[in-house]
Design a protein around this ligand. Sequence first.
Ligand code: PLP
Length: 446
Amino acid sequence: MDSQQLMELSKKHMWLPFTQMTDYERDPLIIESADGVILKDIDGKEYLDGYSSLWLNVHGHSKKELNDAIKEQLDKIAHSTLLGAANVPSILLAKKLVDIAPSDLTRVFYSDSGATAVEIAVKMAYQYWENKGIKGKTKFVTLSNGYHGDTVGTMSVGSIELYHKVYTSLLFDALVIPYPVIYRHSSQDEEVVKEESIQKLRKLFEERHEEIAGMTVEPIMQGAGGMNVMPKGYLKEVEQLCREFNILLIADEVATGFGRTGKMFSVEHEDVKPDLMTVAKGLTGGYLPVAATLATEEIYNAFYGEYSEMKTFFHGHSYTGNQLGCAVALANLEIFEKENLVEKTNEKAKYITELLEEVSELENVGDVRQHGLMCGIELVEDKKTKQSFPSEQRIGYHATLKMRELSMLTRPVGRDTIVFMPPLTTTKEQLKEMVDILKQGIILVT
Ligand code: PLP
């Protein structure tokens, strides 16, 4: 089939996620192949992968070791259910995850996307208190603009108005604490911004801790809500408050996990030990949909007993623990060790900081936020007053379309914040090329 026919068919039959299809009809794109950090469309045009194909890709595309791991597993078996039966790659991967995760996390419950991993964490936290016979701990706390996925449960613990407002009556009410956004605060003193939010959290916990089962948090960097970085020490204080008030801490490492922020997991930056931790995206290096919810032995034990005690966790998806996915995830984690990737990511992050200095000087760049290889560039109409562009102008969207023309793919989040999140193995030359395109794209639309 030629590319024109494919275009027509995609417009006729596809319904793309987080996409207004009239936008797609005006500017369609069909990716056909990829190698390293270069994606190629059906007309042979090449694009740098400036967003790791939606924050997933780690070692680049078409990585030989990952391709081989899938092929090797395929010759044995592709899938068997995990309901009541384990499989070899899922066991080996569970051991590996426990080895690299914060020390108290010893149990691995699989699923197949970031949202399902968080949904599971929320249900586990809820049932944990029930199973322990502690009544009334049924509510969840979240931070404003938090994003944990698009299922009904994860939207309930998320708070991005644009995505969730229409579903309000379908969702359960979470208790929302304002995220400590440094750029938008009247004080630019991190300590002041941190304390203000922490005091609100403390007050909420003091008043309602007996009703609260858990708190979800994107550790250190909030992704889809606007690429916001927490003030130093904030996450640690959240952990301490959760401990003090007997509230389970759910760290959502779906975006931040697997070396993305310069540590294997972002919680490590502040030596935080969550009760539940969710991982997905980078777990398979961006190859296959595998996710996991890691739990402490204390949580696991609350579900453990004879069937008649009715403590079982009644949850599971058809593809949970998929063998192809677990095999490629294992190979992905082995490359981390072999190539000392987390260390190298830190060097690259420093280089990106230097490169982004020029971007931050642009007239319409209000703020540049970075946590390792996770960056957000917020565009504003007026740098002095921090006035945003009118939302109907969709300046962030148009900037990313311009970048696409210039051969780099990415997407905006929040209010006109451009995501820059290249695969961990992007070379310095490619990083420079990407940041040049970022700059040009912004200049050409503002
Ligand atoms: N949690 C966080 C922090 C995320 O950034 C995302 C996706 O961007 C999710 C959960 C949902 O993951 P998925 O898209 O795999 O369902």
